[in-house]
Design a protein around this ligand. Structure first.
Ligand code: DO4
Ligand code: MG
Length: 302
């Protein structure tokens, strides 16, 4: 099932569950204490009932309010109206894996004076895992995303993301690992500055449980960038091209490193715009992953 976190015009948070294409059932209208996805996930953990089964039971036992996803998206895009979509969860930490796809390795070799480090890590047992974002730098759907004022070459990185609870992967969302290629290309030791700055990450639009996505390694990923109403970039890939599994990344991340519940992990990109492309203020970046949805953000300078 797909879980959306929505804020109503009265400032009340609700959890909407997409039970049919475009149809949202408001689970909070049935159980008012379930106004946060974290509460529902904790309840599922305590009761031992799988998340989607518990959700179906709660919805079937009540009379949930029905909402339209199209309407919620329209309100959120215009930042006007009764419903504003939020990040599906508040991640206390966001981590990311890198060079998990061949194309990422090749593109980074091209931009770097030390290309071998990328080939080495692509082949090594230990993956590249880096700290990507804090909760306050991680944005939600339809919010602004940043490009650094001291960077000259900037790209979005469309990535499948997974969410960890009690050490286990419990579901998936979409992540945008915004990156400065000029800063990373100058020296790989600048990676934290290329990756972590104001508005440098987004997740959403929803959370999909592992009960629903049983195989995360066969999802289609598409990224489009629209500038002044004209599409200026489009790329497609599949998570089947990923050289590592989500479980493997999660295992390496958590070796001698306890991560808090709802830590979110981006799994790497394989869609890289050509070297003559850089993001500009006002660009709209849309990332679509099959079985999840579309994460849309607008670019601003920070
Ligand atoms: O090594 C730099 C970062 C790689 C990355 O973010 C990716 O491959 O997605
Ligand atoms: Mg990345």
């Amino acid at each position: 099932m797909k879980y959306y976190r929505i804020e109503t015009i009265y400032g009340l948070p609700i959890i909407g569950v997409e039970t049919k294409d475009g149809v949202i059932e408001n689970i909070t209208s049935v159980e008012e204490e379930i106004d946060d996805l974290g509460n529902l996930i904790k309840l599922s953990h305590i009761s031992g009932i799988p998340l989607d089964d518990l959700t179906k039971k709660i919805l079937a036992d009540g009379n949930p309010e029905i909402l339209s996803l199209e309407r919620i998206f329209k309100d959120s895009r215009t930042k006007n109206g009764d419903y504003q979509i939020d990040r599906p969860i508040d991640p206390p930490e966001v981590w990311a894996a890198g060079v998990t796809y061949k194309s990422s390795e090749l593109e980074r070799r091209r931009e770097s004076d030390t290309p071998d480090i990328y080939s080495n890590i692509y082949q090594a047992d230990r993956p590249e895992v880096f700290f990507k974002s804090t909760e306050d730098r991680c944005m939600g759907p339809f919010e602004d995303l940043g490009i650094r004022s001291d960077s000259t070459w900037d790209v979005p990185e469309p990535e499948l993301a997974f969410v960890i609870f009690r050490g286990e992967i419990i579901g998936y969302t979409i992540g945008n690992d915004m990156s400065s290629r000029s800063i990373e290309g100058e020296n790989p030791l600048y990676l934290p500055q290329a990756k972590l700055y104001d508005l440098s990450c987004s997740i959403g639009p929803c959370f999909v449980s592992t009960d629903t996505i049983k195989d995360p390694h066969n999802l289609e990923v598409t990224c489009t960038i629209v500038r002044a109403n004209k599409q200026v970039f489009s790329g497609t890939t599949s998570t089947s091209e990923m050289a590592r599994t989500c479980e493997e990344i999660s295992d390496w991340l958590q070796r001698s490193n306890t991560v808090p519940d709802f830590t979110t992990v981006l799994t790497g990109t394989s869609i890289v715009p050509s070297p003559d492309f850089t993001l500009a203020e006002g660009d709209v970046v849309k990332i679509e992953i099959s079985s999840i949805g579309i994460l849309e953000n607008t670019v601003v300078k920070v």
